[in-house]
Design a protein around this ligand. Structure first.
Ligand SMILES: [Zn+2]
Ligand SMILES: [Zn+2]
Length: 145
């Protein structure tokens, strides 16, 4: 997959980061937890090795809980403005998922798949050209009608 070399941060600017590494995947996550964190939309994320991410300014606050997958997720957000920034997942400890909307230029981003589609609200419009899965990466694909 593509190499990414980019900077990003939160809405208020208190947190800044730099990412330089291979993108191992990108996806929209429609699980209920992500809907809360993102205020209605899915989480649009891309995944890189944790060592590819460097926080260059500020210190994130974190929220840790058990995801529906059973994994422990640690969600990083700005303690001042609340912007969701990254998440760690105990099932993939060497990787981090970065919220695409926090890139300074998110225009080149595209989700490679939709996960946890079973939890999406009926009003979410799914792109029929992007594969969708009922739950996580190894779950049933959703048939596009
Ligand atoms: Zn902020
Ligand atoms: Zn999710």
């Amino acid at each position: 997959m593509a190499h990414v070399e980019a900077e990003g941060g939160c809405l208020c600017g208190a947190i800044r980061y730099r990412v330089d590494g291979e993108v191992v995947g990108s996806a929209a996550c429609h699980c209920r937890d992500c809907q809360y964190v993102c205020g209605g939309a899915p989480s649009y994320v891309f995944v890189v090795a944790a060592k590819s991410l460097e926080i260059t300014k500020g210190k994130t606050a974190t929220y840790r809980n058990e995801a529906e997958s059973g994994a422990i997720r640690i969600r990083h957000f700005c303690p001042t403005c609340g912007s969701p920034l990254f998440a760690e997942d105990s099932a993939f400890p060497d990787f981090v998922s970065i919220k695409a909307g926090t890139l300074d230029d998110p225009s080149n981003y595209k989700p490679g798949a939709h996960f946890w589609a079973k939890s999406a609200p009926p009003w979410h419009h799914f792109d029929p050209d992007t594969p969708s899965f009922t739950k996580g990466a190894n779950s049933e694909p959703v048939k596009n009608s």
